[in-house]
Design a protein around this ligand. Structure first.
Ligand code: GUN
Ligand code: ZN
Length: 434
């Protein structure tokens, strides 16, 4: 293949560390007039345009974006593909919401054509919102995951997904068995895990919908292949937490159920964790597990307020999740808008640089992919965004008053959404143009 080299000139910003660990100023790099150089799908250089331009051949193709900010692609560490058609379902909290809306909606994915159609819509929506990597729940049907990976592979996206394992406490039309879930997951792993930029996640829905036999087999699968992910839900809703205590009275608590079945580890991501206690945070951190903070969902379903300072105290890896369709937006900018309010309601602050970290490098670390994505460091995949300062009249007017990149970033996260994402690039290819 001939070498393809392109350069992109604009204001450029990326996170390089967690502000909670190094302080805000050392957590990011900002180039007011920056240049990003991409060679064959990978970033080869990043710096001030004035310094880098001299080192480049005179005939290199340079795309210059005015009034725009280049950032790494966003990383959504928790989202449900088969809930795309039910965002904004009225009136219920978690357990009734699952029975009333979620299970009937997910049942449609038994139909291959439906799965393929929704996978197309879902991936377009991710890219329109600037999400270049997501950790995705399929439905119980393997075809939901096949359709998703097929569509993602065509665009060479870095994506992680898995088929839901669910063998009790759900309607018969939507349950598998311990054995069938094991065999179907295994077939998907053989087909997709490690193909291109795709990875597989073993996906027990949550403790109440799996028998001990199924959780045992989920743990067994994790031991059978290297670098598999595990995704599930934990301590989202108080009724759910009580139910888990009734179903597993022999365990110390909710996290201990997953711990017992060997589901904790460096590639394990637990969604929500709103009602985790101090000891559980410590155990998650000790095992290298991560939590997906899902503010729009936690507010919409009335689940509660995630305690980010407690997670930081334990140095627990935290990523950001939209949790569509419990969450109400595919946009990680809108998710950060709500995250800020969740912190305000607890008397805490969420700085715009911590927010940027959560949506990019923090997510990459939660997924153990920081060597490949989450920053614009040379040597990583060229997954990046162009955010348009003039996406709406109000945004344009408001940003003209901005006196610093901190203010600009915060306003982008408060007023921004899919309209703000002008271009999305994955491995250097333009995969969304507004
Ligand atoms: N807990 C178990 N399943 C789900 C789900 O689909 N969405 C959310 N938000 N929580 C869950
Ligand atoms: Zn979820």
């Amino acid at each position: 293949m001939p070498l393809t080299r392109k350069a992109y000139r604009a204001a450029i910003l990326h996170s390089i560390a967690d502000p909670a660990e190094v302080g805000i100023e050392a957590s990011y790099e900002y180039f007011e007039d920056g240049l990003l150089v991409v060679d064959n799908g990978q970033i080869s250089a990043l710096g001030h345009a004035s310094e880098l331009l001299a080192s480049l051949p005179a005939d290199i193709e340079i795309t210059h974006y005015q009034d725009a900010l280049i950032t790494p692609g966003f990383i959504d560490t928790h989202i449900h593909l088969p809930q795309t058609g039910m965002v904004g379902a009225y009136g219920e909290q978690l357990l009734d919401w699952l029975n009333t809306y979620t299970f009937p909606c997910e049942s449609q994915f038994a139909d291959q054509a439906h799965a393929e159609a929704v996978a197309e819509i879902f991936i377009k929506e991710l890219l329109r919102n600037g999400t270049t990597t997501a950790l995705v729940f399929g439905s119980v049907h393997p075809q939901s995951v096949n359709a998703f990976f097929e569509a993602a592979d065509k665009l060479d996206l870095r994506m992680i997904a898995g088929k839901v394992m669910m063998d009790r406490n759900a309607p018969g039309y939507l349950t598998d068995t311990a054995e069938s879930s094991y065999l179907e997951s295994k077939a998907l792993i053989e087909r997709w895990h490690g193909k291109g930029r795709l990875h597989y996640a073993v996906t027990p829905r949550f403790a109440p919908t799996s028998t001990p036999e199924q959780l045992t087999l989920a743990g067994q699968l994790l031991g059978e292949y290297p670098d598999l992910y595990m995704q599930t839900h934990i301590s989202e809703n108080l009724q759910e937490v009580e139910w888990v205590k009734e179903l597993f009275p022999e365990r110390k608590g909710y996290l201990d159920v997953y711990d017992h079945y060997q589901l904790l580890g460096e590639r394990s991501v637990f969604a929500h964790g709103v009602h985790l206690c101090d000891d559980e945070c410590a155990r998650l951190a000790q095992t290298g597990s991560a939590v997906a903070f899902c503010p729009t969902s936690n507010l919409f379903l009335g689940s509660g307020l995630f305690n980010l300072p407690m997670a930081e105290k334990h140095k627990l890896n935290v990523g950001l999740g939209t949790d569509v369709g419990g969450g109400t937006s595919f946009s990680l900018l809108q998710t950060l808008n709500e995250a800020y309010k969740v912190m305000q309601l607890q008397g805490a602050r969420l700085s715009p640089f911590k927010s940027l970290y959560l949506a990019t490098l923090g997510g990459a670390r939660a997924l153990r992919l920081e060597e490949r994505i989450g920053t614009l460091q040379p040597g990583t995949d060229a997954d990046f965004l162009v955010l348009d300062y003039n996406a709406t009249p109000l945004l344009g007017y408001r940003l003209k008053q901005s006196k610093s990149i901190a203010e600009t970033l915060f306003v982008l996260m408060t007023l921004g959404d899919d309209r703000t994402v002008a271009q999305t690039y994955a491995t250097g290819n333009l995969v969304h143009q507004r």
